[in-house]
Design a protein around this ligand. Structure first.
Ligand code: PLP
Length: 375
């Protein structure tokens, strides 16, 4: 054990984010209670307008969760039984659940081992005559190579739908996540770069037709009260969450800049540690560092070592989808997606939030270096 004083490093400190906003958040809550404005209405419309503008998209439709954003986006695009939809083997299960829940067939593909993002060539190789859409995931706040995905999608006449749940504000060639796909899906789960104080999600799109369909799907298939054009869902964004999100959206660029600065410090402090791979960013990308994920063959030991030093860490995600019991039906065993499997076995998510101090980052980096040098 080093002689140095231990520094507690939490995985995430949302309290620090909320402290300076508390009066504004409480005033918004109080106003909503006074006006009994809880579902839909001008607060949701305001946030939708501001979020669409932020992403560089024509429309944003607020929904109840990021998972519903995906499910409703797929349904709005007409995806259903008989269709195949391709996504990354290493994504969070919400992406694949939403595909399956439309009745479509889930098709997984392997990743680029450097960026841990769905590999466009692997996705293209998985295309069949039944393929309807490709769903790249901007995992960890890193952008998928959207020009390559657009080329593949257009070449094969497929829909391109972004899972941008971890990438609010990330850019590819200067253009923001949410403005590339035919549809793009966001989560406002509290720990996301833009998080509500509960649950929330949104779909962005350039298509007025999709936006209208999404508006129906989230509200029992109606565009006018009790006139149901189709069967839909109750998947509406709460008005109180929309107010909170509008308040927080004004800070998103500042928070993302803070994350970038923290990531740069991590990257410099952990340069050339033998056996430890750092996150790789393509030159076209400007990531928003939702998560800071390193890889090392001794991952479990490193996690235990950091834990002893009061450094919290996480695993995003320790088992790729094709090896989950939920997807035993795919009949894909070990070795089906070797790059995703290796990443899952070796990844470790270090603390990442804009308020991490220099002292905390240096303590994490020093600890990783010390662990690696004593292996
Ligand atoms: C990549 C990805 N897709 C989808 C989701 C689903 O979002 P939510 O938790 O808001 O349903 C999440 C977040 O949990 C996610 O990380």
């Amino acid at each position: 054990m080093s002689e140095k004083k231990q520094v507690f490093v939490p995985f995430l400190d949302l309290k620090a984010q909320h402290r300076p906003l508390k009066d504004e958040l409480m005033a918004a809550f109080s106003d909503a209670v006074d006006n009994t404005a809880f579902v839909g209405g001008p607060a949701v419309a305001s946030f939708e307008k501001n979020f669409a503008e932020y992403c560089g998209a024509k429309h944003a439709v607020g929904v109840s969760t990021g998972t519903d954003a995906l499910r409703l986006a797929f349904l709005a695009a007409g995806i259903g039984p008989g269709d195949e939809v391709i996504t990354a083997a290493n994504t969070f299960i919400a992406t694949s659940e939403a595909i399956s829940q439309t009745g479509a067939t889930l098709v997984l593909a392997d990743i680029d081992p450097a960026t841990r993002i769905l590999d466009p060539a692997a996705a293209e190789a998985a295309i069949t005559p039944r393929t309807k859409a490709i769903v790249p995931v901007h995992l960890y706040g890193q952008m998928a190579p959207m020009d390559e995905f657009r080329r593949v999608a257009d070449k094969h006449g497929l829909l391109l739908i972004e899972d941008a749940a971890q990438a609010h504000g990330a850019r590819w060639n200067g253009q923001r996540a949410g403005s590339f796909g035919d549809l793009a899906c966001f989560s406002f789960y509290p720990g996301k770069n833009l998080g509500s104080c509960g649950e929330g999600g949104a779909v962005t799109t350039g298509s007025a037709e999709y936006a209208e369909k999404l508006g129906q799907l989230r509200d029992h298939g109606q565009s006018k009260k009790y006139h149901h054009e189709i069967e839909g869902f109750n998947a509406r964004l709460h008005a109180i969450q929309a107010r909170f999100l509008d308040i927080k959206l004004k800070h998103l660029d500042g928070w993302n800049a803070g994350r970038r600065d923290r990531a740069d410090r991590y990257l410099a402090a952990m340069e050339e540690i033998p056996g430890v791979r750092l996150p790789v960013t393509r030159p076209e990308a400007e990531p928003v560092w939702h998560l800071f994920v390193i890889e090392t063959p001794g991952r479990d030991e490193l996690q235990a070592f950091l834990g002893e030093r009061e450094i919290q860490s996480g695993l995003h995600y320790p088992i790729p989808l094709h090896l989950q019991p939920a997807y035993a039906r795919l009949g894909l065993g070990k070795g089906a997606f070797p790059k995703a499997e290796k990443s899952a076995a070796e990844l470790l998510t270090l603390p990442m939030f804009p308020d991490l101090t220099d002292e905390q980052i240096d303590w994490v980096a020093e600890s990783v270096r010390e662990w690696a040098s004593n292996r």
